[in-house]
Design a protein around this ligand. Sequence first.
Ligand code: EZ4
Ligand code: CO
Length: 403
Amino acid sequence: MDRIERCDVIVCSPGRNFVTLKITTSDGLVGWGDATLNGRELSVAAYLSEHVVPALIGHDASRIGDVWQFLYRGAYWRRGPVTMTAIAAVDCALWDIKGKRAGLPVYELLGGKAREGVLVYGHATGHDVAEMLDDVARYRDSGFRAIRAQAAITGIPNAYGAHTAGGVYDPADGSLPAVTNWDTPAYLEQAPAYLRAVRERFGFSFELLHDCHHRMTPNEAGQFGRSVEDLRLFWMEDPVPAENQEGYRLLRSRTSTPIATGEVLNSIWDVQTLITEQLIDYVRTSVSHSGGITHLRRIFDLAALYHVRSGSHGATDLSPASLSAALALDITIPNFGIQEFMEHRPETMEVFRVGYRFEDGYLIPSEAPGLGIEFDEEAAKRFPYDRKYLPVARLADGTLSDW
Ligand code: EZ4
Ligand code: CO
């Protein structure tokens, strides 16, 4: 029997913080899993090293489903981002090991390719509409078939979506939570107009997406959705905070603009109502925040029954190891929708050597056995942990708002 012999939790910051789990088996096989939770990295690292790893040593590495239940049911405390990210890291590392043992890429173990490539969308941003349009052009010219467009909102300094100095968009940008600003009426006036400017300049030659980032009420989101219906968005993402799922019933009755949500949700039970009542079109739970390949596959299977497609979160705070695992699932499931793909910084790719590649708007998973990841532990040592927080958002009168 191949047993889990050793687990290492590695925290590094090649351009941003990542937590990575390395599992080594008694046969000498090594598997990798992403355990990064943006702005809360060390809580998952401690959950793993203090509470998961000691109980994991000696388990049969081949029994992925049983290990999953052991960590979920066995812990008594269920769900939540910290728990589900830690379980995901173990799960993905064990799938990586299973693939290496079989000599097959993980997507072969999941049934094989159901499509040639994974449609991805990139992030176009700008400090004003002109800059955003140039960024959209850049993405289109580099082969993207789907582009998310966000621009700064005049009168709201540092509103969500516009990149900071240096050109790389990463919202976790401060050793303490930075204060950004928000104003929904200004957003409702300007965002539909700048999305219209994208269609006016480029037509309908690519899929257009937009992230509302949990900032509206259902009624406001209904107004937003209706005002962009003729622009045929691929989706409006997180139009309202997803805790109150009843809000989506109201929103659904107001607009036919497709709805995506789920990047802050972590389990099949968190998305049950949204899916079974067909309140959304795309479920955005990610492989590394939702219990790994084992659990995300169940979410996507439930979604398939209700005409809901996948659209997994894939911002740069999900490491290349997370993306590698996401691609293994994306390429095999029947109800794939789209995959978010923000390119990682060059420093990040010095540490994570991956085999996936971008071709003509699609990501093609690595053909290597397992998940196709090589984590360079020596390179990682050059990038020590660097505390970073996501910002908060306040209204003009100082009220703390949804970020
Ligand atoms: O704010 O990943 O769709 N992508 C997003 C991201 C999230 C960050 C949070 O960690 O909404 O920019
Ligand atoms: Co989002």
